[in-house]
Write a protein that binds this ligand. Structure first.
Ligand SMILES: NC(=O)c1ccc[n+]([C@@H]2O[C@H](COP(=O)([O-])OP(=O)(O)OC[C@H]3O[C@@H](n4cnc5c(N)ncnc54)[C@H](O)[C@@H]3O)[C@@H](O)[C@H]2O)c1
Length: 252
């Protein structure tokens, strides 16, 4: 299977690509340079069609990953671009798109103390970033229902080599489990679905039952091994408008 990875020069893409490369033929793209990456702006329809030619599946990571940003900054990379990519995927005959959603789409449940958050609960975004991710998921559902594209939305937790602070422990997604999750999403016999993407963390706020059952995701890592030496979080900003900045780190 030939898989196009967008946003391949970003933090998640750099951790994911070497793991996916063990099983899939990869085409990497980003608007910034990195080894093996085809450089281009995916908001350009011509470039989109070019990189989608001959591709079986897309892992779409390109976008604005900052939970602090508001609609004015998120609209093009996280809404318009997803719509354009799904359109171009259908036109190019691509069979499957894996969308990088975020735990922020469901983090309102955590804020309200409803944990562990189940995947079959309605979305509850904590911020504009989370709300735009929910919109992208809804677009994916429409393309699955009306155009027969398989769309798998992964509500990723905090992806880093290791948790960066204590509050990251419940929602951490290790690089190894990231590879296992996205690989499972590329193989699964699923038309459309939304799934949590975290490691098997002790005390997790995130239920993974649906990802395990429908995708066959088997997480192997647990953030508890870092609990003894992970730093405490910085003190929260007093300005409530700064709340989304804490984003996933605050609530995962
Ligand atoms: N990092 C995390 O812990 C995390 C958690 C949840 C969800 N996500 C989601 O995963 C995805 C990747 O996150 P990340 O942390 O790697 O972000 P990142 O900012 O490190 O990487 C995103 C990449 O997308 C590229 N990009 C943006 N707009 C583009 C365009 N128009 N054309 C081509 N390339 C473009 C950027 O150049 C960048 O390299 C994002 O959709 C993000 O919302 C990330």
């Amino acid at each position: 299977m030939t898989v196009l990875v967008t946003g391949a020069a970003g933090g998640v893409g750099r951790l994911l690509a070497p793991r996916l490369a063990e099983e899939f033929d990869l085409v990497l793209t980003d608007q910034v340079a990195a080894p093996g990456v085809i450089i281009g702006d995916l908001t350009d329809p011509g470039f989109r069609s070019e990189v989608l030619t001959g591709v079986d599946a897309v892992v779409h990571l390109a976008g604005d990953a900052d939970p602090e940003h508001d609609w004015s900054r998120l609209r093009v990379p996280n809404a318009d671009l997803v719509a354009g990519l799904l359109d171009a995927a259908v036109a190019a005959g691509v069979g499957r798109v894996v969308l990088a959603s975020s735990a922020h789409a469901m983090a309102g449940h955590v804020d309200a103390g409803r944990i562990p958050v189940r995947e079959d609960w309605p979305p509850s975004p904590c911020c504009q970033y989370g709300a735009v991710k929910v919109f992208a998921e809804a677009l994916g559902r429409a393309y699955a229902a009306s155009w027969g594209l398989r769309v798998i939305c992964l509500r990723l937790g905090g992806v880093r080599e290791r948790p960066v602070a204590r509050s990251w422990l419940p929602g951490w997604l290790s690089p190894g489990d990231l590879g296992r999750l996205v690989g499972a999403a590329l193989r699964a016999d699923v038309e459309f679905g939304t799934y949590h993407g975290m490691s098997a963390n002790t005390g997790s706020h995130w239920d993974l039952s649906r990802a395990r059952a429908e995708l066959g995701y088997v997480p192997l890592d647990d953030s508890i091994r870092y609990a003894g030496d992970v730093p405490d979080d910085l003190v929260a900003e007093p300005d409530p408008r700064a709340r989304p900045r804490l984003g996933l780190a605050h609530r995962s």
